[in-house]
Design a protein around this ligand. Structure first.
Ligand code: SF4
Length: 227
C-alpha cells in the first residue's frame, strides 16, 4: 500500500474565519426564507458563511457548540465530503479533527502528497447529530443546499465521498458503500469517488488497502490520466 495512514502528532492549525459561529439570530420564518433566497447571491465562501449565520433551519441547531461550515482552499481541485461533525469537530468548529480526522489528514499528506490546506473538507450537515446518529431526512433536506452552494462556489475537479451515509445521500442511492466505492459517480456534474469513512478504517484497518486503491484512482484523475 506504501502508506499506513497512521495518525501521528498534532494537526496543523487550520485557520478559516468561515468556521466561526456567528451571533445568534431569531430564526423566524421570514428569516429562513431570506437566508434561502440569499444563497443564490453568495459570491464566495465567506458570503455563504454569512448567509448561513446562526442557522436554525433544522433541529440539529439545538445541540451544537459550533456550526461546522468547512475548511480549506476555496479554490481546491479536490474536495472531501463526510457525513457530519462529531464531538471533536463540534467543539472545535472544524471538520475532521478527531482521530478519524487525523487519518484523513494522513491520507491527504502521506498518501496524496498534498497539504490539508490544499483541499477543501466539508460535511453533508453542518451541525453535530446527537450521539453521532445519522442525520435524518429533514435535516439533510435543510442543510444540503449549503453543501451544494459550497461545491458550486469551489467547483472542485473531484469530490471524494467519505462513508456510507455521505455517499448514499449525495448519490440518492441505497446501494451499499462496499459496491459504490472504487467506481466513479457524478454529483452536480462533478466526478465523485466514494470510499470508506476514516472512522470505519479505524475499526477495520485491513480495508485501508481498498481506500488506497480508491485514492490512487483519484490521484490519476487529478493528474489528467484515465483512472
Ligand atoms: S444542520 Fe444545517 S440546516 Fe440544520 S441547523 Fe445546522 S446549518 Fe442549519
Amino acid at each position: 500500500m506504501g502508506v499506513q495512514f497512521l495518525p501521528q502528532g498534532n494537526l496543523p492549525e487550520m485557520t478559516s474565519k468561515s468556521t466561526q459561529t456567528k451571533p445568534a439570530t431569531t430564526g423566524s420564518g421570514d428569516e429562513r426564507l431570506s437566508r434561502r433566497a440569499s444563497l443564490d447571491s453568495a459570491q464566495d465562501l465567506d458570503e455563504l458563511r454569512e448567509v448561513i449565520g446562526d442557522c436554525r433551519l433544522c433541529k440539529l441547531c439545538s445541540g451544537r457548540t459550533h456550526l461546522v461550515f468547512g475548511v480549506g482552499n476555496p479554490r481546491a481541485e479536490l474536495m472531501f465530503v463526510g457525513e457530519g461533525p462529531g464531538r471533536d469537530e463540534d467543539l472545535k468548529g472544524e471538520p475532521f479533527v478527531g482521530r478519524a480526522g487525523q487519518l484523513l489528514t494522513d491520507i491527504i499528506t502521506k498518501g496524496m502528497g498534498l497539504r490539508r490546506e490544499d483541499v477543501y473538507i466539508a460535511n453533508v450537515v453542518k451541525c453535530r447529530p446527537p450521539e453521532n446518529r445519522n442525520p435524518e431526512p429533514d435535516e439533510v433536506a435543510s442543510c444540503e443546499p449549503f453543501l451544494k452552494k459550497q461545491i458550486d462556489l469551489i467547483r472542485p475537479k473531484v469530490i471524494v465521498g467519505l462513508g456510507k451515509f455521505a455517499v448514499q445521500t449525495l448519490l440518492q442511492s441505497k446501494v451499499p458503500i462496499t459496491r459504490l466505492r472504487g467506481n466513479w459517480h457524478t454529483y452536480l456534474g462533478i466526478k465523485l469517488m466514494p470510499t470508506f469513512h476514516p472512522a470505519y478504517l479505524l475499526r477495520n484497518p485491513a480495508d485501508k488497502k481498498l481506500v488506497w486503491e480508491d485514492i490512487k484512482k483519484v490521484m490519476k484523475e487529478m493528474q489528467g490520466e484515465n483512472a
